[in-house]
Design a protein around this ligand. Structure first.
Ligand code: DQA
Length: 145
């Protein structure tokens, strides 16, 4: 059984820490990666951590997870609300999927209330800041243990 959890991040999340810190906080993508690695190691897992502004790259990593991933933690950014292609890709993956949003999308604009990814996700974490990623990794570890 694979011991690798894929943590995938969508568009604009490369600017985490600089972009609207009042909404997304001050931690950077590197900080979040370190938090995910630390949590994964506690449970005996490794992390593959990626961010891209390109939809196809996220889809390619989901396909890679089909072969190599125990589970996927994904913050698709704005693709959450638009991407049937990411939804379709996640449906090709058999393991658990946890959707993470740093902000509470339900407290924000109406267009953020709909998620294609939630139609596939086994769990959704929103509004817990970057700690949501840690919860997501812990949840995958619990589901595949
Ligand atoms: C986000 C919420 C999305 O609506 C937004 O487009 C993002 C980040 C979040 O983590 O809160 O880019 O996924």
């Amino acid at each position: 059984m694979s011991k690798t959890i894929f943590v995938l991040n969508g568009p604009n999340l490369n600017l985490l820490g600089k972009r609207q810190p009042e909404i997304y906080g001050h931690e950077t993508m590197d900080d979040v990666k370190a938090m995910c690695v630390a949590e994964a190691h506690k449970h005996g897992f490794d992390i593959r951590y990626h961010q891209s502004n390109r939809e196809y790259e996220l889809i390619d990593w989901i396909h890679e997870a089909r072969e190599k991933g125990a589970g996927i933690v994904i913050n698709p950014g704005a693709f959450t609300h638009t991407s049937v292609a990411i939804f379709d890709a996640l449906n090709t993956f058999d393991g658990p999927v946890i959707e993470v949003h740093i902000s509470n999308v339900h407290k924000r604009e109406a267009f953020r209330h709909h998620s294609y990814v939630s139609l596939r996700a086994d769990g959704v974490i929103a509004g817990c800041g970057t700690q949501g990623y840690v919860f997501g990794v812990a949840r995958i570890a619990a589901l595949v243990a």
